[in-house]
Design a protein around this ligand. Sequence first.
Ligand SMILES: [Zn+2]
Length: 355
Amino acid sequence: MASDQTRRFLRRAALTLLKDCGAFHLVEGSAWRRQRLVILCYHGISLEDEHRWRPYLYISPEQFERRLEILRKGRFRVLPLGEALERLYRRDLPERSVALTCDDGTYDFYKQAYPRLEQFGIPATVYLTTYYNALELPVFSLICSYMMWKARGLGAAELRELGVPQPVDLASTANRQQAADQLIAWADGQEFSGVQKNDVARRLAERLKVDYEELVAKRILQLMNRCEVKQLAAAGVDFQLHTHRHRMPRSEELLRQEIAENREWIEEAGGKTGRHFCYPSGAYRPEHRDWLAAEGIVSATTCDTGIATHKTEPLLLPRLVDTSGRSDLEFESWVNGIAHFLSSKKRARLAYVPD
Ligand SMILES: [Zn+2]
């Protein structure tokens, strides 16, 4: 048995045992857990098969629904993020506190996540990146990778004129990743606009025999448009900051410009003034905190795994990034707090992360 499998087996056995002997209830109802806030992070809920392409970014609607059911059955208190953080630092959280956040604001939030959240009465914060909302086109870097995955049965592809020097073995994950990176770097090097990049994606689709227009029509890997954001903001979804172009520039001026554009777009679409932030791709540097504070930002979440306490730095909040690979039992062990004692935790901390 491979060591990964062994570890997973032992972990499942330990969690099952702990659940059966009542430890889950003991921890979730404890004073220790009451002082802590679990901030859940989702990226996307599949419109079709995106969770098979990137299981660490997407989960299926069925799996998402099971998570919501666990929260309901376990009487977890899912609070709006702003309220949850205020109460965390006031040391006034109710039992079993959770906040739910979704990164990016792809169309699948509108189509798949929101109706389910509404049905369960669960509030959510969407960290919205705004450049692609106005374009209403698929996110270039993602759609290229997705189409190569879609074409994985095709054999080899010749993409020299799209900046990929060697023929690509589409069956190989590593080869596809390398080719997608080369293609994206090539398009960036040409300083193509979003519309020009869309033409590149269309050309790639032709070579891969993928129906690009169909993907566009289905809104795969597109962000919500202004009208959809407006509708959800009016319905109570909390839209917060994630930069305009989904990046963390190295200069303070550029980062503050990113935040200003992002904030303005959200406000114009009917959202509140953004005061909460999420680091794009979870990447942060020591100097970012001062720059964010100067923009009036009161909280910032990372993708580091952990549970927040009143001692956690508000501009470096850890979360639980939920993925397809996490079983329902593991998810439950995170929201009730047990996993905190069983995992080698990666705490939110200052880190130098390259762009
Ligand atoms: Zn993001």
